[in-house]
Design a protein around this ligand. Structure first.
Ligand SMILES: Nc1ncnc2c1ncn2[C@@H]1O[C@H](COP(=O)(O)OP(=O)(O)OP(=O)(O)O)[C@@H](O)[C@H]1O
Length: 231
């Protein structure tokens, strides 16, 4: 479904992603891991078109999007939950969800009922401003907004960062339901091992902008964890 080949990215003179190859198969949940600063967020932003790349291809459903604008990538069916959530603090919950509708291929202007079934708090708080929500509620809103475009691929950047444990469990359940029962393909960046083991079926580890390991989550052993993930 998503096929990245030979991706190179620079911040000025600083070479951040090095000849990166990554494949996300249809229906899988792939977790990208690695220590702070290895390039995980940069990779997701490059996929979304929020950062230019120097070379390489980003093929999504057979179409190279590497030089297409961000809007076109969203319209192709890629939903994105950014690190830090980036919800609009002055817009209401409902208005935040509506911003996700803009990239829908079918141009529907109605927030899908499914989002409120998955996250009832977003219905209860629909007239409240985004900025008044707790961190966990904002994370649910950010996921809901990404789902509003009816994505074929959902990308999440550290969805558990700064979130209380009961909401982390709930987000894990939602990701599993979307992936395993509804067949949504998922690519996420996550540092918390128990969360990764609970939701993902495959992993890829980055180190200094290169992919250094990949496999099924059951192959994520202590040696890899010690070498590439513990600080
Ligand atoms: N806007 C920027 N300008 C210059 N350098 C940047 C910029 N954003 C990130 N970097 C650098 O690029 C490297 C990769 O950063 P990135 O945020 O992709 O890493 P990460 O693996 O997502 O880390 P974290 O887990 O801390 O979010 C780091 O060395 C970072 O300092």
């Amino acid at each position: 479904m998503l096929n990245i080949k030979g991706l190179n990215q620079y911040y000025g003179e600083s070479h951040t992603l090095w000849d990166l190859d990554l494949t996300v198969a249809e229906g899988e949940c792939l977790c990208v891991m690695g220590r702070n600063g290895v390039g995980k967020t940069t990779l997701l932003k490059a996929i979304m078109g929020l950062l230019p790349v120097a070379s390489g291809s980003i093929e999504f459903q057979g179409r190279d999007l590497a030089r297409k604008p961000a809007e076109e990538r969203a319209r192709a069916g890629i939903g994105y939950v950014p690190q830090g959530r980036e919800i609009f603090p002055l817009l209401t919950v409902e208005e935040n969800l509506e911003t996700g509708l803009q990239a829908r291929a079918d141009r529907s202007r109605k927030i899908p009922e499914r989002i409120h079934e998955l996250f009832p708090v977003l219905h209860d708080m629909r007239h409240r401003r985004g900025g008044d929500l707790s961190g966990g509620q904002q994370q649910q809103l950010a996921i809901g907004r990404a789902l509003a475009l009816d994505p074929k691929l959902l990308i999440l950047d550290e969805p558990t960062e700064g979130i209380q444990p009961n909401i982390v469990d709930m987000i894990a359940r939602v990701i599993k339901t979307l992936n395993r029962e509804e067949g949504l393909t998922i690519l996420l960046v996550e540092q918390k091992l128990p969360f990764t083991r609970a939701v993902a079926d495959h992993f890829a580890i980055l180190d200094r902008g290169s992919k250094v390991a990949e496999g099924g989550v059951n192959e994520l052993d202590d040696e890899l964890v010690k070498k590439y993930l513990t600080v």
